[in-house]
Design a protein around this ligand. Structure first.
Ligand SMILES: Nc1ncnc2c1ncn2[C@@H]1O[C@H](COP(=O)(O)OP(=O)(O)OP(=O)(O)O)[C@@H](O)[C@H]1O
Ligand SMILES: [Mg+2]
Length: 449
């Protein structure tokens, strides 16, 4: 009896799998604890190995590190659309696009699991937003950067990341390290602009005992400490010329000689460097060695600034609001249309870091579920909005402590009215309110004279 039932169950499961295969393509069904309940044949074909029921999906998809986008999102209970790298049948890396859908019997009921839809990244349409090692984008140039990273991750070629401040250069270096076979080794970061030359030299290359006053013992530098891993040389264009010569030697010989030492020490390090400057211009100006530039930028990676990927402004704002809401200080459910206009018109010289700061500011000074234009710092609002040709100073931001007796909302209204020279129609527009509502709020707050 039992045997017949098992056969039936197998047959039935196969039928369900086939149906899933037909409807969903490559897909996995997970239980709420992220164990695989069912995997389709196409998912097995795509992953290149059999899917074992009961296995933990993050481990199956993302390897041992749970700190990968899909795993992170699912553990936190959020749906996600992300690219993850996977070794292909020939050992080469290829990108897998994963979308997750939470499963629940009713919208308010408990989650019963997840449906993961898998696609080869090449077939994945390519228009929607993706999350790649902590970086959100929907921009085609950024997606290309991600694909390049996946392709080069496992080699030892040097990588030079160029991008403006706050554009994500450090995240790129982190991603490269995490994707590489060096990910179990160390990732060391050194900022070449932050230290005076002699200190930088000893930090980078190490020193031996007695090399200088205070050198009481042999001390390895970042080069040695990064052995078996990755060394991220931030602001590499600021490296003084004499240290450039020394770095070139390291790259050519794959050995390092500590300050005051003689014996070269072999090292196995991948060098990733970053700069906001055009290194070629530095070479032309005689500030950077051409031979070192060629050594450092075997693979150049250019990160476009935020203003060159306008679609990302909205996407990143939404994602940053999601995570700020989760921190619980204020809950923003809606961004006023005028706020979007200001955010999208801004040039973002500080890129994503500036956007983060602007939102932190908005959360600190604003209140309520609507992100109003008056929550934004002055430099954003002044750019996108004309106060009859009057320009106010960038430094002029709402100072809440000036009127300690007024509520935050009242202070905000007063501030905006001051900046619009008392024009209530324009003030209402900046505040994202109708004129009548503004009048009513002013009346209730005792601001009508
Ligand atoms: N695509 C992205 N999605 C989400 N967050 C991002 C993205 N790019 C950058 N960030 C965030 O923006 C901030 C700045 O990024 P990062 O430190 O990598 O920039 P950077 O180019 O190294 O800047 P700097 O030149 O000033 O050192 C960080 O908080 C980072 O987490
Ligand atoms: Mg940086």
């Amino acid at each position: 009896m039992t045997a017949r039932y098992e056969v039936d169950l197998d047959t039935r499961l196969n039928a369900i799998r086939d149906a899933f295969d037909e409807v969903c393509g490559a897909a996995l069904v997970l239980d709420p604890d992220l164990h695989v309940v069912l995997g389709t044949k196409r998912a097995e074909a795509l992953l290149g190995f059999p899917i074992v029921t009961g296995e933990l999906a993050p481990k199956l998809l993302c390897g041992e590190s749970v700190k990968r986008p899909v795993a992170e999102a699912l553990v936190a209970g959020r749906p996600v659309s992300a690219y993850i790298p996977r070794p292909g049948p020939g050992g080469e890396l290829h990108m897998l696009h994963i979308r997750s859908l939470p499963l629940a019997v009713s919208s308010s009921g408990p989650r019963t699991g997840w449906l993961l839809l898998l696609e080869d990244a090449h077939d994945a349409g390519g228009d929607g937003p993706v999350l790649f090692h902590g970086m959100w984008t929907q921009d085609a140039a950024m997606k290309l950067v991600f694909r390049v990273l996946v392709r080069i991750a496992d080699g030892d070629d040097t990588v030079l990341v160029r991008g403006e401040t706050g554009a994500g250069k450090e995240l790129i270096a982190n991603a490269l390290h995490a994707l590489s076979r060096r990910s179990k080794g160390p990732l060391r970061v050194i900022n070449c602009a932050a230290l005076p030359p002699n200190l930088l030299e000893s930090e980078l290359f190490g020193h031996i005992r007695g090399a200088f006053t205070g050198a009481v013992r042999d001390t390895p530098g970042h080069m040695q400490l990064a052995d078996g891993g990755t060394l991220f040389l931030d602001e590499v264009a600021e490296l003084p010329l004499e240290l450039q010569a020394k770095l070139l030697r390291v790259l050519e010989t794959r050995t390092v000689i500590p300050v005051g030492g003689r014996e070269p020490i072999p090292i196995d390090v991948r060098i990733v460097s970053a700069t906001h400057r055009a290194l070629r211009k530095e070479v032309e100006g005689g500030r950077f060695r051409a031979d070192l530039m060629y050594r450092l930028r075997v693979i150049p990676v250019y990160l476009p600034p935020l203003r060159a990927r306008r679609g990302d402004i909205r996407l990143l704002t939404e994602k940053l609001i999601e995570s700020a809401n989760a921190q619980g200080r204020r809950r923003v459910d809606h961004v006023a249309p005028a706020t979007w206009q200001f955010l999208e018109a801004h040039d973002w010289p500080g890129n994503i870091r500036e956007l983060r700061n602007v939102l932190a500011y908005a959360y600190a000074i604003g209140e309520g579920p609507i992100l109003a234009p008056s929550d934004l710092p002055a430099e954003l609002v002044d750019r996108g909005f004309s106060f009859d040709g009057q320009t106010s100073s960038v430094a002029e931001v709402p100072v809440l402590s000036s009127e300690p007796t007024l509520s935050v909302e009242a202070q905000r209204i007063v501030h905006v009215l001051e900046r619009t020279a008392g024009n209530r129609e324009r003030a209402a527009k900046i505040l994202g309110l109708s004129r009548v509502t503004l009048w009513r709020r002013m009346r209730d707050l005792g601001l009508l004279k």
